[in-house]
Design a protein around this ligand. Structure first.
Ligand code: NAD
Length: 284
């Protein structure tokens, strides 16, 4: 396929590289002038989107996504599939779908989980929203860039799934950190608490696979000085998106709201650039 790829940052560049490796003809564009080996480089987003079967965007936020879509939707070939893999607010995702539809394009919102490691290894999980036809057209590309793609529903459903998941993750990580911090004060060893919780009703991903205590459980950022991993700043971004979405539909998310406050304090303090599991040090 001829693929345009816009936004070649920490995530976008390795994703584009995997498409090149799989034999696709990729044309990239990034305002920072990033170049991906084996891909052609366009001079503008519109040029990257012209004459392509698929156009993928991997951008920082909803405002930038809307600006870029205003440039690329009119440039796209009728029937091309536009796939946005950025994490953005649900309204911006829907706005991007609207612009694509107005120009006769198929579109999918498909945020990812799996981080930079997943982007490099081609093991991302895609959460997708859009029509069956659009999802079917995007699916072969998801297979190259990831290990799993879930079609969550209509336009915006991918972003909705992403922020619900990450709100839950933020809350469960704080809960995990609280439990391990409390255990330490009670004189209970982290290893023994892990042995109990990881096979009990408190078990969750934050404990079992991503334990915030060094030397406990499988290898995690805690064993690497809390180098991300999943940066606290990105967790805060996703929590803020969850609160924006909750407000827009009057949903009650008191724990999500508190998690957002705690991560905002953490990032304003010494949490910026550290893994989100370093929250345990703040609680200690
Ligand atoms: P990044 O900042 O490294 O990359 C974004 C890229 O977009 C940058 O290279 C920037 O120059 C480029 N860009 C900005 N404006 C542009 C424009 N108008 N036209 C073209 N390019 C433009 O960010 P990232 O870590 O690659 O994340 C990208 C998206 O993926 C974000 O929405 C983020 O929330 C999401 N995400 C990131 C991770 C992660 O672990 N990094 C995990 C899951 C999801």
């Amino acid at each position: 396929m001829k693929i345009g790829f816009i936004g070649l940052g920490n995530m976008g560049a390795p994703m584009a590289a995997n498409l090149v490796k799989a034999g696709h003809e990729v044309t990239g564009f990034d305002v920072a002038g990033v170049i991906v080996d084996g891909a052609a480089t366009a001079k503008s987003a519109a040029e990257a989107a012209t004459g392509r079967d698929a156009v993928i965007t991997m951008l920082p936020n909803g405002e930038i996504l809307r600006t870029v879509y205003a440039q690329i939707a009119p440039a796209g070939d009728k029937g091309a599939v536009f796939i946005d893999c950025s994490t953005v607010d649900v309204d911006s995702a829907k706005a991007a779908h609207g612009m694509a539809a107005a120009h006769g394009l198929l579109s999918v919102d498909a945020p990812v989980s799996g981080g930079v490691g997943g982007a490099e290894g081609g093991t991302l999980t895609f959460m997708a929203g859009g029509s069956d036809e659009a999802f079917a057209r995007a699916a072969p590309l998801f297979e190259i860039m990831g290990k799993k793609a879930v079609h969550c529903g209509e336009a915006g459903a991918g972003q909705s799934a992403k922020i619900c998941n990450n709100m839950l993750l933020g809350i469960s990580m704080i809960g995990t950190c609280e439990a391990f911090a409390l255990a330490e004060k009670l004189g209970l060893s982290a290893e023994r608490l892990f042995d109990v919780v990881s096979t009990s009703s408190g078990s969750c991903w934050s404990v079992n696979t991503y334990c915030p205590v060094p030397g406990v459980g499988p290898q995690s950022p805690a064993d690497n000085g809390y180098k991300p991993g999943f940066a606290a700043d990105l967790m805060l971004k996703d929590l803020k998106l969850s609160q924006q979405a909750a407000q827009s539909v009057a949903a009650q998310t008191p724990m999500g709201a508190r998690a957002t406050e705690l991560y905002a304090e953490f990032v304003a303090g010494d949490g910026k650039g550290r893994d989100f599991s370093a929250m345990i040090e703040k609680l200690k």
